[in-house]
Ligand binder design. Sequence first.
Ligand SMILES: Cc1cc2nc3c(=O)[nH]c(=O)nc-3n(C[C@H](O)[C@H](O)[C@H](O)COP(=O)(O)OP(=O)(O)OC[C@H]3O[C@@H](n4cnc5c(N)ncnc54)[C@H](O)[C@@H]3O)c2cc1C
Length: 410
Amino acid sequence: MKPDVLILGAGAAGMMAAVTAAQAGRSVELLERNDRPGRKIGITGKGRCNVTNACSLLNDLIAAVPVNGRFLYSAFSGFMPQDTMDFFEENGVPLKIERGNRVFPVSDKALDIVDALQNACRRGGVKFRKGRAVALLCDGVRVTGVRTEAGDVLEAENYLIATGGKSYPLTGSTGDGYALAKQAGHTVIDPKPSLVPLEAHEGFCSELQGLSLRNVTLRAEDTQTHRTVFEEMGEMLFTHFGVSGPLVLSASSHMREMSPERYVLHIDLKPALTYEQLDKRIVRDFTENAKKDYINSLGLLLPRKLIPVVARRSGIKPSEKTNQITREQRAGLVELLKDFTVTVTGFRPIEEAIVTSGGVKVSEVDPKTMRSKLIENLFFAGEVLDVDAYTGGFNLQIAFATGHAAGQNM
Ligand SMILES: Cc1cc2nc3c(=O)[nH]c(=O)nc-3n(C[C@H](O)[C@H](O)[C@H](O)COP(=O)(O)OP(=O)(O)OC[C@H]3O[C@@H](n4cnc5c(N)ncnc54)[C@H](O)[C@@H]3O)c2cc1C
């Protein structure tokens, strides 16, 4: 018996769509290439799963989606973060709200989210099938079947592509959905990394590898327009290739015109102090260490790993006695600590990105139903679409809301 609905991909969007369609009385089959569904959900939020963002205003939600946010207007209206929260609490996962309205399971276990979705599917009679979709059979008007890697052809009334993006391919999301969408005649906007670590020009990054800075302010400047595209306080990390960590990932999603040296990061290492306060603080440290070499006088001000790099960049001789350092040299040091620059040369590869930007062109998809405007029984949901959001639980909210819309309308 062919099912009413065949869903390709048992991730966040696919499982939410399956539950919704099943609750509406549809027979549903979910095709998943992995042994277990929801592998990517399992690693979200460092294994804690920031499942949604408890913001209650539709406009705030849309504003967190820098590209094609308006496309999500209907899907979000029909399934707001509160609906996501109700869904998981009703399915046995108590939730808590943390800084920035980020919502997590009280257990801090992303696998509880996966289990809740999987159990809700099972209760709704959704049939899980293991296999990888490799071709969409299409007669130009309708999808007539899906061919799997094993050579089977699966048929249904309606088909949903919810195969995710291209990042973290070990989770199963390898970008297959783009090829399937193209087979149905859809345009795919070139997938690019977003929420991704950054490669940097300066060699000192590898020297600082492993150094994590907390409570710094990071400002990203577009050197062509001289505009600040991102500014926030938080945590970042130096790596062998450049920089990473929460602040950097967030900054990356604002760098929409990436090319080598287009963006410069300005890091304020001492955001709690004004230039004058920092200068006074340095004068005090230098006075207390009047006979010490400059390089040995920075221990109270900076993490150990950063000292040789700051000393070098400040242009003051490491062996200079602190009581010999001039006012101008000190001003240069203050400037360096308040504006420690890193020149970005590019994104890390898409495989290392948290989300994929680009995907199925949204003008070819009906925003109310997630139905293809080209093929009448084909739907899309989740990251396979050309929408991506900032950090904070918004990307999963997109998957749940679009999955819900597709599930209701199949
Ligand atoms: C490290 C990391 C941390 C993250 N943390 C968060 C977070 O805390 N909060 C947040 O909002 N977002 C987070 N995200 C982003 C979020 O996980 C994704 O945006 C979301 O999972 C997308 O859901 P999806 O259902 O579209 O795709 P996915 O969850 O990727 O699911 C797609 C599914 O389709 C399957 N599949 C793929 N191709 C085929 C095929 N050909 N045939 C059959 N099955 C196939 C895959 O195996 C997979 O199970 C994180 C992402 C990463 C990588």
